[in-house]
Design a protein around this ligand. Structure first.
Ligand code: IPM
Ligand code: MG
Length: 357
C-alpha cells in the first residue's frame, strides 16, 4: 500500500522550498518509492482561506498521513491577529493534536561550508550534534496561561511550566535511542538550580538512563551554561535533550554554528513513528517570492522523513549524498554564498539536487 505524505507549504518562502523538496520526492517515485502526495493549508495561508490557521480538513489529512512535510508558517501580515489564530498556532496545534513530542534537530557542519560559520573553522569543523527537544509540553502548552487584570487595574501576563513524569520519561528515552546509535553521550539541559519542574526533569532523566540505558554516559547542564558551551566548544556535545522552550532557543544557536540556518532539517515524531518534517528556519518574509531561498533544509527534511517514517534509509542517504555533491560542485544559494562559488536560486538548487540524485 502506498504511503501517504501530506505537504503543507504554509507561508513566506514555504511554497518555494517545498516545491523543490517535492521535486526530489517525485524523482524517487520514478525509481520505485511508493508514496502518494496530498496538499493542505496551514498557517497564514489557511487563515486567509478559512479564518483558522489549522482547518479541520488539514488536521484530518494529517491524521491519515504517514508523514507530513511542512514548509514554514507566519509573517508580518498576520502579526496584528489575536494570538489564538496566528499562523504559529496552526503549527503548535498540529504538534499537539498528533502528539509529536520528540523533535530532532541535528546541527551538522558540512565541510564545504566551514567558512560560512561565524565561529573559527577549528571550533566547528566536523560538528555533528543532535538536539532532542520536547515539543508538546512545558511552558508552550502549560495551563493556566493568559493576560489578566489585577485588582489594582494593572495587567499581568502568566504562563506555566509543567512536566509530568511520563512526559520526561518518553523524551529522555527518545534521546537515548538516538544516542545509542551515535556516540552514547547524552547531555540533559535544565535549570534545576531555580525551577522545581526541571529539578524533577533531572531526577527522571537520571533514573531512565540508569535503569534502561546503562551504557549511556549522562551529564547535566544548566541552560545558561549550555548556551555558553555551545558557542565555546560545541564539539563536546553528542546528543542533547531538553524542554520545549530551552530547545527552541538552543537549537537556533546550534543551527547558526553551522553557518546557515538554511541547511538544517528537523523531524517531529510521535509514539507511532508518524512524523512531521520541516526545515528549522522560518518563513523568511523578507525574501519570500524572490526565488532565492535555500531549499536544502527542506530537501534534507525529506531525507529524514524517508529514514524515520518511511523505512527507506538507503534513499535518505542518496539524498544526503546528492546534497553534498551539489555543494562540492560549488553551487550556493545567496545565504551560503562565498567567493569563487556559483550562485544559484531556489529552483536551480532543487534541480541540481535532482540531477545529482
Ligand atoms: C520553531 C519555531 C516555533 C516554535 C514557532 C514558529 C511557533 O520557532 O519551530 O522552533 O517556537 O516552536
Ligand atoms: Mg524556534
Amino acid at each position: 500500500m502506498s504511503k501517504r505524505i501530506l505537504v503543507l507549504p504554509g507561508d513566506g518562502i514555504g511554497p518555494e522550498i517545498t516545491a523543490e523538496a517535492v521535486k526530489v520526492l517525485d524523482a524517487l517515485v520514478g525509481e520505485g518509492l511508493d508514496v502518494e502526495l496530498d496538499e493542505g493549508l496551514i498557517g497564514g495561508a489557511a487563515y486567509d482561506a478559512a479564518e483558522t490557521p489549522l482547518p479541520s480538513a488539514t488536521l484530518d489529512m494529517a491524521r491519515e498521513a504517514d508523514a507530513i512535510l511542512l514548509g514554514a508558517v507566519g509573517g508580518p501580515k498576520w502579526e496584528p491577529l489575536d494570538i489564538s489564530v496566528r499562523p504559529e498556532k496552526g503549527l503548535l496545534g498540529l504538534r499537539a493534536e498528533l502528539g509529536l513530542f520528540s523533535n530532532l534537530r541535528p546541527a551538522i557542519l558540512y565541510p564545504q561550508l566551514a567558512d560560512a560559520s561565524s565561529l573559527r573553522a577549528e571550533i566547528v569543523a566536523g560538528l555533528d550534534i543532535m538536539i532532542v527537544r520536547e515539543l508538546t509540553g512545558g511552558i508552550y502548552f502549560g495551563q493556566p496561561r493568559g493576560i489578566r487584570t489585577l485588582e489594582n487595574g494593572e495587567r499581568q501576563g502568566f504562563n506555566t511550566l509543567v512536566y509530568a513524569e511520563h512526559e520526561i520519561e518518553r523524551i529522555v528515552r527518545s534521546a537515548c535511542d538516538i544516542a545509542m546509535k551515535r556516540g552514547k553521550r547524552l547531555c540533559s539541559v535544565d535549570k534545576a538550580n531555580v525551577l522545581e519542574c526541571t529539578e524533577l526533569w533531572r531526577e527522571v532523566a537520571e533514573r531512565v538512563v540508569k535503569n534502561e540505558y546503562p551504557e549511556i554516559e549522562l551529564s547535566h547542564m544548566y541552560v545558561d551554561n549550555a548556551a555558553m558551551q555551545l558557542v565555546k566548544w560545541p564539539k563536546q556535545f553528542d546528543v542533547m535533550v531538553t524542554t520545549n522552550m530551552f530547545g527552541d532557543i538552543l537549537s537556533d544557536a546550534a543551527a547558526m554554528l553551522t553557518g546557515s540556518i538554511g541547511m538544517l532539517p528537523s523531524a517531529s515524531l510521535n509514539e507511532k513513528g508518524q512524523g512531521m518534517y520541516e526545515p528549522i528556519h522560518g518563513s523568511a518574509p523578507d525574501i519570500a517570492g524572490k526565488g532565492v531561498a535555500n531549499p536544502l533544509a527542506t530537501i534534507l527534511s525529506v531525507a529524514m522523513m524517508l529514514r524515520y517514517s518511511l523505512g527507506e534509509s538507503a534513499m535518505a542517504e542518496r539524498i544526503e549524498k546528492a546534497v553534498e555533491q551539489v555543494l562540492d560542485q560549488g553551487l550556493r544559494t545567496p545565504d551560503i554564498m562565498s567567493e569563487g562559488m556559483t550562485e544559484v536560486n531556489c529552483e536551480g538548487m532543487g534541480d541540481a539536487v535532482v540531477a545529482a540524485l
